[in-house]
Design a protein. Structure first.
Length: 557
């Protein structure tokens, strides 16, 4: 079975084991070789509620995990024994055991590759697109279709059904070959963040079009908006990596109806690569013009993410294309230094008046694959059910499971197993409470962040400025909600596993793309540089990739 033949149709959860990143069940001893599910969900009987099964005697699940320094275990808890592992053993009869972990900074992907090559898979393991394709092609992982259909709870199925193409991405040749790790892709739509205090100082109107943005960028670069008497400010923030969630190229080019590194449909109904389309050239040439006159930092091409964030925090840039999270990751530090700092979000702006679609990330951020040797593949589904059940039951901020998710006491990706529209739902609940001045219907982190906003508005908690900028009136999610209501998203129409030519050629093509785009923006290009890039991209593997993508597309529409 070739990787190219792998299809995707819908199935599975995007999110149960962020917590365990990988899990699996296997009999530990001869006595445990045939554990049965309890009568509550009796596997041997016609159970009324198989989603609440419990193993008796308990089984052991082997898994793997990327560790993070931010994962602070409290109250004597450890990675191997904590509120979650106790819950799983007590209510499911499942003991989590880690076959291996990787420390922060270590390459989890490489460790997975070594594990695959040695054919020493733990029972469950988190993998990426190419690893999933490799495992499926070599028949090393279990088909989860039946166990998902039988054991997935209604809440789990709802999460999966609302996770865009996540289930399809985990379905290969009509079989569910993994549980997708659902990404909250709608949260990753970019906004135009602008220093509103600079707009006010320079007496500039709020932007409604791209032309307005150009004028603002020029003023920010030439009229000393920080009033320090130095020519040290810029308009648009960029750095050497373009497709990021901060100081990004993507939101700008989206305004030209161009999309970075996506597969889109042309007028004939075929898929074409977005980065080689004429709209991309128009966007790059405008950035080139802005760079030439000093609206973009001359050294952007050598700056990494850390330096880009430092520049934004210290007031060097006044325009930033970024996601909703920018206030916490970037702007709060600037506000702490200068409380007059006021970053305000706006929807993406159009170059021609037509609605702009914000490009968003794939709907699966990874997959939980179950070893074909696992004796209990259904255990992963039961774990997923339990994680979602716990999230649904959280009511207050002192819930120990609540803090495990939000303060990283267990695993930083755990929140990925809960509804992908969670932040939108939180915004709507907070917005309603703000308008009605009644917070009695808020639960969990909805209530926590509502109280944070109230504390900030009363002048009591300046550190909660960022929360107000995200969930408060006129904050990031007021715009994200508008995108969601209007369906203003661009998703890549190819969501299958890497094709053979992608595996072989895509990394070098991505390097070529980044290099050429940087040259064009910096003005180091020949007059026909973009056309040459399109030709080179096609000759060096892009043409064959396009053929493979369209073969997949014809079989998966």
């Amino acid at each position: 079975m070739s990787i190219l033949s792998i299809r995707t149709t819908r199935s599975i959860l995007a999110g149960c084991l962020a917590l365990t990143v990988a899990a699996g069940c296997s009999a530990k001893t001869e006595e445990q070789a045939t554990p049965k599910l309890s009568e509550a969900a009796g596997k041997e009987q016609k159970a009324a509620d198989p989603q609440n099964a419990k193993y008796d005697p308990p089984i052991e699940i082997t898994t793997a995990k990327q560790m993070y320094n931010a994962a602070k275990f409290v109250g004597g808890q450890t990675n191997d024994k904590n509120v979650w592992t106790d819950l799983f053993e007590r209510e499911l009869g499942i003991k989590l055991k880690y076959a291996w972990t990787t420390p922060e900074g270590a390459d989890y992907k490489s460790k997975v590759n070594v594990t695959i090559a040695s054919n020493a898979l733990p029972d469950f393991m988190q993998v990426n697109d190419s690893q999933l394709g490799q495992l499926a092609e070599n028949e090393l992982i279990a088909d989860l279709t039946e166990v998902y259909n039988k054991y997935a709870s209604p809440d789990l199925k709802k999460v999966m059904d609302n996770a865009g193409n996540a289930l399809k991405m985990a379905t290969l040749n009509g079989k569910l070959m993994a549980l997708p790790l659902p990404a909250a892709s709608v949260d990753q739509a970019q906004l135009v963040w602008i220093r509103a205090d600079w707009l006010k100082k320079l007496n500039l109107p709020e932007p409604k079009t791209m032309a307005d943005l150009y004028a603002i960028s020029e003023a920010f670069a030439t009229k000393d908006p920080d009033d320090n008497g130095k020519a040290d400010t810029y308009g648009i923030a960029l750095y050497k990596s373009f497709n990021t969630n901060n100081a990004s190229l993507m939101g700008f080019v989206n305004g030209f109806h161009a999309y970075y590194d996506q597969w889109i449909e042309d007028k004939s109904g075929n898929l074409v690569y977005s980065s080689i389309q004429p709209e991309m050239k128009a966007a790059l040439l405008k950035l080139k013009e802005m760079y030439k006159v000093g609206q973009i930092d001359k050294e952007f091409s050598v700056k990494d993410r850390t330096k880009a964030i430092q520049d934004l925090s210290s007031g060097k840039n006044g325009i930033n294309f970024a996601t909703f999270s920018a206030p916490t990751t970037t702007y709060q530090a600037g506000y702490d230094l200068d409380p007059k700092t006021d970053w305000k979000p706006y929807p993406l702006l159009s170059v021609d008046g037509s609605p702009v679609k914000a490009q968003i990330t794939p709907d699966a951020a990874g997959y939980f694959a179950v070893s074909k040797a696992s004796k209990h593949p259904e255990a992963l589904i039961l774990l997923a059910n339990k994680v979602i059940e716990q999230y649904k039951n959280m009511k207050t901020a002192d819930d120990p499971y609540f803090f495990s998710i939000n303060n990283y006491h267990l695993y930083t990706d755990l929140g990925s197993f809960i509804p992908t529209t969670r932040n939108l739902e939180k915004y709507k609940a907070i917005d309603e409470a703000m308008k009605s001045k009644l917070s009695d219907k808020l639960t969990g982190d909805q209530l926590t962040d509502y109280n944070h906003i109230q504390s900030f508005l009363k002048g009591e908690s300046p550190k909660m400025w960022s929360v107000n900028k995200i969930y408060g009136e006129g904050g990031a999610f007021s715009i994200n909600q508008s995108y969601y209501d209007k369906g203003l998203y661009s998703r890549s129409l190819y969501y299958g596993p890497p094709t053979p030519s992608m595996i072989e050629k895509k990394a070098s093509l991505d390097t070529l793309q980044s290099t050429v785009f940087t040259k064009i923006i910096m003005g180091n290009d020949a007059p026909d540089e973009f056309e040459k890039f399109v030709s080179d991209w096609s000759k060096l593997g892009g043409e064959q990739i396009t053929k493979e993508v369209n073969e997949w597309y014809r079989n998966n529409k």
